[in-house]
Design a protein around this ligand. Structure first.
Ligand code: F6R
Length: 261
């Protein structure tokens, strides 16, 4: 795992977008794993800018999102499907037939979950998986005690996650209680993981996930097992990390990052 500390949230999001852009330029047919949430909004803004101003080409790529709320249609303004349409899919030259999110309206979540896994496998697996992190350490909607080898399935959201989503849904009763999410095991199978976290409120969970023990209580800690995981954090989210000096030194001296710094 490599941990990259950027001065602020904007710089962290911009670097994340540059990694996605480089992945697409190196392989126009890349399979991207996408995430939603507030942290990712600036990444998509930057990717749209790169498309418009620098011709970043999405036409050959395939995408799989991590998760979707159960009960919301793709057109629902609060669905992750709509989030992706409004922030990325409708604004770049992506082929929407190759964009995938779990179907939150399915009558058979088990079958949909298996079909989602099958679609990822048929696409050849995920080349780069973007990830945010919840305050409880979730990646995707893998809430605490998700099995470290879990696959795409239905998960009950924690009260903390439900509360966090009140800002999107307006009131507590409207927030869905369940979601379909890729599992921790599904995420760990992607060829590269890229986690972005910013803001001081993420500092405690970032330190636990990256420097604490691997535990199902903190799903993101499973990323320590991934052979190629990059974590981009701003100074605020990095503020509780012990090894900051070493992480900075590695980043400054790593040739792979030379053209992205
Ligand atoms: C969303 C997702 C979640 C978010 C996480 C952080 O697709 O997978 O794990 O990445 O909840 O959300 P924000 O950025 O809103 O704090």
């Amino acid at each position: 795992m490599e941990i990259i500390i950027q001065p602020d949230a904007a710089a962290a999001a911009s670097l994340t977008a540059r990694v996605v852009a480089k992945t697409l330029r190196d392989n126009p047919h890349a399979v991207l794993g996408l995430a939603t949430g507030q942290t990712m909004e600036s990444v998509y803004i930057e990717l749209v800018r790169l498309h418009r101003e620098e011709g970043l080409d999405f036409s050959g790529c395939t995408t799989f999102n991590l998760d979707e709320f159960i009960g919301l249609t793709p057109a629902d303004p609060r669905s992750y499907h709509r989030y992706m349409t409004d922030r990325l899919f409708a604004l770049v030259n992506i082929d929407t037939a190759r964009t995938h999110l779990p179907d939150g309206t399915t009558g058979d979540v088990r079958a949909e979950s298996q079909a989602y896994e099958d679609r990822i496998a048929a696409a050849g697996g995920i080349d780069l998986q973007l990830l945010g992190i919840g305050r409880d350490g979730h990646i995707g909607f893998n809430e605490p005690m998700s099995a470290l080898r879990s696959r795409t399935r239905e998960k009950a959201l924690t009260p903390e996650t439900i509360l966090h989503n009140v800002s999107v849904f307006g009131d507590l009763d409207s927030v869905p209680r369940r979601a379909i999410t890729m599992g921790v095991g599904t995420i760990l199978e992607s060829r590269r993981c890229l986690l972005l976290a910013s803001g001081v409120e993420k500092a405690p969970i970032v330190a636990k996930a990256l420097e604490g023990p691997i535990t199902a209580m903190v799903s993101a800690s499973a990323l320590q097992l991934h052979p190629r995981c990059s974590v981009i954090v701003d100074e605020a989210a990095a503020s509780k990390l012990q090894g900051k000096a070493y992480y900075r030194w590695v980043f400054e001296n790593e040739p792979e990052w030379a053209d992205l710094r």
